[in-house]
Design a binder for this molecule. Structure first.
Ligand code: PEP
Ligand code: MG
Length: 917
């Protein structure tokens, strides 16, 4: 007979069926519990019901496989044996916990039930055993709260009215009991208070849910297991999965474990810690703990927790006792475990532990979420410690995390003079300003209207995730660094301040009060999430320092790993200098027409207009001659700034009509300074009018009809290069011809280039003048005829803005009217102007590269559309065999990282000899 399928994996007493690399089957929590047991760490014994059971459950009308019951029974028996207690035994009962655990961590998104096995029969036994009736009744009231909420309400599909969920109703009973007893904290309630409260809880459950609270331990256990599987498809979990891109079919595992108690008195405690600091990345054990509490108390942020050790006390936690001071005998082995986990996993771990009557138990370890600052520091330091290779280090920082470091903070100068509204804990990095909103739904709605918001809550819970995601920043009055808000914000790299205790949030009235001030919905506040400060008003923000030494070291590692070159799109000597500081290896696109906009452009613009309005070639030539020194100076400045690096200079590609003034007043001014009549200007403006300028007289078409314009630019480029050479600089210009669709256009322009080259060489008495001539590939025909184009072009640069426009037939300036609907209705997976459409535009690129290289094997290929700064598009460019990507100067570090990450990912394929795709 075939062996029954294994659905249950046991762990405990130094032996485990599973391992850390079995996350697909056991979920992250289950696999890591098994691993800790294998590492001989103290873990309460238990077992994991696999994710396959979850998949089975949903595929079979919410039924379990028939083998499951027997396997669970056997596993419970093994736990009983290790613990020396029996589940449901009135004299010495074993209590169990039941927790979810998907492959990827989904903090707080799914359900947990603790203290399973407490019943009318076992409660007296527990009281006799512990001699602590207060503890037992407290454990029972927690069981009723969790179980009725998770199993009897949520999993049963009951949809209570707003604020009428069973948990809220029970919480209100508890608040009432506290008021009656004059108790401030939950811990001030006596055993008798709690016992009476449990009676009221049970009555309430029966009244609201129409069923008695189950008094049979096995019924409780199976109810909890089913509810955890059900919670995989709960509203919160589904929306979290959507945001994080976690597939629905993964399913969750369920972990059932012997209970250990952190709330058995003052020699008991519970805590959450990180093997390194998750906010700064410092290699220091960092965490929070609470005496006489259960894990949920720390995470829910109901009590402000104490710091784990002396070294990591902050301004706000200075006065609180650390675990290191209060329980040194437990702290020491905990440090040993921390060290072992950090070096075993070679990554920062987020751990949960419980101390039951002075005995330490590990409840969880997982890779910890971190800020961008921390991710960078840990990657670099672990690489230095030789814990990880540079390839692993490169893979450890996401483009979004790097972006955090490259992005805004509050302007420190403005911050100095600003009014502090409140202080809290620095839970998410950077700075942000926004208008106050008090509900997750409002955060979503306001953000959709284009208003940046700060979502302000007493504390957040998993139901708020969509609003948290939408908000520019998150602010809570309660909770610690491991509270839900902090965890989620850190994972997303979002600016967040938690535990700003001075705030009185009234979500109903939509106000928040602090220090005698009351702010209303819509009022501006600014947050410094790296220091935990909330300011009044909207403060300006500034961009960060690209010379951060850790960043420099990290990016140097990226540069060693990547194959793809990274250039910048820069249009002026100033932009070129910025691009160089960010590590650009050249300029992939200099749009020459940009010298006619902005600072210092009055005179060149005037001359350009003169050129455009010229009626005869002679007039145009004269205007070009006047324009020439400006163009040359501009190009020379950029070539000088990029000394030794290539600069791709695109010949003029202006929409001509944009350069002719439209208003009568401006037209009159121009007519006057040109010494011509207003009528002439008007006529010319009308003649230049095009119905579809994007497909009109632009790019190379201009150069073909007005060769003197191309000639002037080519001369400017080549003379600038010759002059720089004479000055001892290394100018590497690449002349790029835009908007081509046939090789004949290239050949036409090349004839001009040849002529000007000879003239410049003669003028400067040169024997050699090195530069490249290439083309943009922006029109599908150019991509399809790339084999011909490469006869004339030494390089291709894919202009994917226009290529996307022309491949889709979507006007790049007019997508606003339909793109949101296309995305909302999933007609398109993403905006193709942001992330390259690999299926269509990508195919044109692949064909273009293949055919181009068939003609000219050494053809240099790059991309200079906006996609050159988008990580997914950069991955595509690597796989397509491009030589470089070119993007805005501020995206250059992201491009260096993305290029390195795809090189690491692609290494096995490369090794297998597949080479370029
Ligand atoms: C492009 O079309 O991708 C491009 C880079 O050129 P522009 O955006 O100037 O049209
Ligand atoms: Mg273009």
């Amino acid at each position: 007979m075939a062996k029954a399928k294994k659905y249950v994996y046991f762990f405990g007493a130094g032996k485990a069926d599973g391992r850390a690399d079995m996350k697909e089957l056991l979920g992250g929590k289950g696999a890591n519990l098994a691993e800790m047991v294998n590492l001989k760490m103290p873990v309460p014994p238990g077992f994991t019901i696999t994710t396959e059971v979850c998949t089975y459950y949903y595929a079979h009308g919410r039924k379990f496989p028939k083998e499951l019951e027997g396997q669970v029974r056997a596993a419970v028996a093994r736990v009983e044996k290790i613990m020396g207690k029996k589940f449901g035994d009135p004299a010495d009962p074993l209590l169990l916990s039941c927790r979810s655990g998907a492959r990827a961590s989904m903090p707080g998104m799914m359900e947990t039930v603790l203290n399973i096995g407490l019943t009318g029969a076992t409660i007296p036994g527990m009281i006799a055993l512990t001699g602590n009736p207060r503890f037992v009744w407290d454990a029972y009231r927690r069981l009723i709260m969790m179980y009725s909420d998770v199993v009897m309400e949520k999993a049963a599909g009951v949809e209570p009215a707003e604020d009428m969920g069973i948990r809220r109703q029970l919480e209100r009973l508890m608040d009432q009991a506290k008021r009656q007893a004059g108790a401030k904290a939950d811990t001030d309630l006596s055993a008798e208070d709690l016992q009476a409260l449990c009676g009221r809880f049970r009555d309430k459950v029966r009244e609201v849910l129409g069923k008695p609270f189950p008094d049979d331990p096995r019924e409780q256990l199976w109810g909890a297991v089913g509810a955890v599987f059900q919670s995989w498809n709960g509203k919160r979990a589904v929306s979290y999965r959507r945001i994080e891109g976690i597939p629905d079919w993964w399913g969750t595992a369920v972990n059932v474990q012997a209970m250990v108690f952190g709330n058995m008195g003052d020699d008991s405690a519970t805590g959450v810690a990180f093997t390194r600091n998750p906010a700064t990345g410092e290699n220091a054990f960092f965490g929070e703990w609470l005496t006489n509490a259960q894990g949920e108390d720390v995470v829910a942020g109901i009590r402000t927790p104490n710091p784990l050790n002396v070294a990591t006390k902050s301004e706000h936690t200075q006065h609180l006792a650390s675990l290191e001071e209060a329980m040194p005998a437990v702290y020491k082995p905990l440090v040993a475990i921390r060290n072992k986990l950090d070096s075993h996993y070679r990554d920062m771990q987020d751990i949960e532990f419980t101390i039951e009557r002075g005995v330490l138990w590990m409840l969880q370890t997982r890779t910890g979420k971190r800020t961008g600052t921390a991710a960078l520091r840990m990657a670099v330091e672990m690489m230095r410690e030789r814990l990880i290779s540079k390839e692993t280090a490169v893979a450890r920082v996401t483009p979004a995390q790097l972006d955090e470091l490259l992005h805004r903070i509050l302007d420190p100068k403005a911050e100095k003079g600003a009014t502090v509204l409140a202080k809290g804990l620095p839970a998410g990095p950077g700075g942000a300003a926004g208008r106050l909103v008090f509900t997750a739904a409002d955060a979503v709605a306001w953000t959709e209207r284009g208003e940046p918001v700060v979502l302000c809550r007493e504390e957040t819970n998993p139901e708020d995730v969509e609003g948290m995601r939408a908000a520019a920043a998150i602010l809570t009055a309660r909770g610690g660094m491991t509270s839900h808000a902090a965890l989620v914000a850190r994972g997303w790299g979002k600016c967040c301040v938690v535990g700003a205790g001075a705030l009185h949030v009234d979500a109903q009235a939509r106000t928040v009060a602090a220090g005698g001030r009351t702010l209303r919905e819509g009022d501006w506040v600014s947050l410094n999430g790296s220091r935990g400060v909330v300011y009044l008003d909207r403060l300006p923000t500034v961009d960060p320092d690209p010379e951060n030494p850790l960043l420099v070291e990290f990016l140097a590692a990226c540069d060693k790993v990547r194959r793809l070159g990274v250039r910048a799109n820069a249009d002026s000597p100033k932009d070129a200098a910025v691009a160089r500081t960010f590590g650009a290896e050249g300029i992939g696109l200099l749009r020459t027409e940009h010298m006619f906009y902005g600072e210092g452009s009055d005179q060149p613009l005037f001359l350009l207009r003169k050129m455009i309005l010229s009626k005869t070639p002679a007039e145009r030539r004269a205007a070009c001659a006047e324009l020439f020194p400006h163009v040359k100076a501009d190009i020379k400045g950029t070539l000088a700034a990029m000394d030794g690096l290539p600069v791709t200079i695109r010949l003029l590609d202006p929409p001509l009509h944009e350069f002719v003034p439209q208003s009568e007043e401006k037209q009159r001014e121009l007519a006057q300074s040109l010494g011509i009549g207003l009528g002439d200007v008007r006529k010319r403006a009308e003649a230049l009018h095009e119905s579809n300028p994007m497909m009109g007289h632009r790019g190379v078409r201009l150069g073909v009809t007005y060769p003197e314009v191309s000639e002037m630019q080519i001369r400017a480029v080549l003379e600038a290069a010759a002059e720089l050479r004479a000055e001892g600089k290394k100018a590497l210009p690449e002349i790029m011809i835009p908007v081509t669709c046939t090789v004949e256009e290239l050949k036409d322009q090349q004839a001009l280039i040849g002529k000007v080259k000879a003239e410049v060489m003669q003028k400067f008495n040169l024997r050699k003048l090195d530069f490249l001539v290439g083309t943009m590939i922006e029109i599908p025909r150019a991509a399809l005829t790339a084999g011909r184009m490469a006869e004339a072009a030494e390089f291709f640069s894919f202009g994917t803005n226009d290529l996307t426009q022309m491949c889709f037939g979507f006007s790049r300036d007019d997508i606003g009217a339909f793109m949101p609907d296309y995305l909302a209705r999933k007609v398109l997976p993403a905006d193709p102007f942001q992330s390259l459409d690999q299926e269509g535009v990508g195919e044109l690129i692949k064909v273009g590269i293949e055919r181009g290289r068939a003609t000219r094997p050494k053809l240099k290929v790059g991309i200079c559309g906006e996609h050159g700064g988008d990580p997914a598009s950069i991955h595509f460019c690597h796989l397509a065999g491009m030589d470089y990507v070119s993007c805005s100067p501020f995206r250059v570090p992201i491009a260096r990282l993305s290029a390195a990450q795809i090189a690491v990912k692609d290494a096995p394929r490369k090794k297998a000899g597949k080479g370029r795709a």
